[in-house]
Design a protein around this ligand. Sequence first.
Ligand code: NAD
Length: 506
Amino acid sequence: MSTYPTVTASEVSPAGLDDAAMTQAARRVVDEVRSAQANWAELPVNARAARLAAAGDAMLAHAEALAALVVEETGKPLAEAYSSEVVGVADLFAYWCKHGPRHLQPRHGLVPSLEMPGKKARIERAPRGVVAVIAPWNYPVAIPMRSIVPALLAGNGVVLKPSEITPRSGAWLVEQLRASLGPIVGLCAGDGRAGASLVAAEPDLVIFTGSTATGRKVATAAAALGIPCDCELGGKDCAIVRADADVERAAAGIAWGIVTNAGQNCAGIERVAVDRAVADRFIPALVSRLEAAAADVPELVTPRQKAIVVAQVRDALGRGGQALCGGVPEGDAKIAPTLLTGVPRDAAAWRDESFGPIAVLTVGDGDEQLIEAANDSAYGLGASVWSRDIDGAVELGRRVRTGMLWVNNHAFTGALPDLPWTGWGASGTGITSSPEALEHMTRPRLVVVDKQSGIEPWWYPYGDRMVDLMRAVVRKQREGGLGALLATLKSLKQRERELAAGAVRR
Ligand code: NAD
């Protein structure tokens, strides 16, 4: 049985330190990780994979403790702590340790062998160095871990800045990883100021997951220091229900998309666009699914978030909207799953991220109106299309400006490590999970070796040989024939021989 780390929210909150002292403290963490990272990066990738697999085993031996800690900090049901956090971590280690090394192999680069003989190019994936992972509270384990595992495998060190709302889950992860891997992982705990200090301490890459407003601040601070920053931000996902949808499946899946994690999900369904042809059957089915889910939906994690959601519902109702279920909660009651209709498009419930178990529904006549509604958002994380016509649904869904499209499902891919999690527009520039994420976590390092002897035709002094060669190369590229190039190269070789023998002057 694992014991929890002894860290508590008050201990990690760096009250009393000024900005300079906090940056200094963060710099010490970054420096410690940076010195350990140099040796870690020297290991062959398969050795790193083996060490990480062992670290994953050690961590998952305490799966019960981890799930209990998540429940304690976030209030989510144990079933969700397991399904969306613990199981995801097991999958992460398994996937990256098995498939990651292949995605990190160097590739050969093409060098034209005729005009540039004897040269070989290889493009390696070099680690960036120290990666700062700044995390939110809604999935306090799965979200940081989906970046930490591939970042370490790629040879980086990592400093985690967990959310101040879930500090112990973050501290637990770092403690476990350090016990297995040593100080290639560090912790920078505290609130937003601690996050800002970590950026100011000049890591080599920032991977930020959180709200759009904070993400833009973090990206600006990182850019001022010339540090790349990957941002996974907020969302306002839309589910499109076409006329030919399987109504029961759509209602059950969309209800889950609205209320999972009490709606505190960046890819939660917050808007529903339904075709009028199916609205009469779909809407009651959705309402009944939402009402049935009420008992399983926990309270929101913070009173601040609850106040935002309640204000959106109140505003929508005050502006002519109607609650088909749920509504403004009475007194201290938790927010029941809420479906709003008749809400104007400029209302906060339509425009802003809700991050609670509520959604706005609109009815449209045909695909064009459904697409128009789905695209009426600055966010672009995910969208789903619910239809029996799979090809048509994919074609339609491609017209929604989002990074992820699901047909007849929604957002369940968040913990699948081979699939990118990525958004467009106000949802950020980030890519987490998948081999595509390695593009950000590494830098290409070009290594070229030349076994050619003698003088290159493009070295000084130029003379005619350079111009002859370039003309022949252009002719080859335009006309496809090799003859002129080969003839030029032959005459250049002859000239080199004559030069070497002193028969001609340069
Ligand atoms: P948040 O933006 O308030 O905080 C995120 C993290 O940033 C926290 O650790 C916080 O302490 C830190 N932070 C705050 N100010 C900072 C600063 N100036 N410099 C550096 N770090 C700073 O977000 P949150 O409330 O924790 O999380 C909810 C938000 O995250 C929602 O908008 C949600 O959509 C988004 N989110 C997005 C994804 C995704 O993959 N796109 C996933 C989960 C959550």
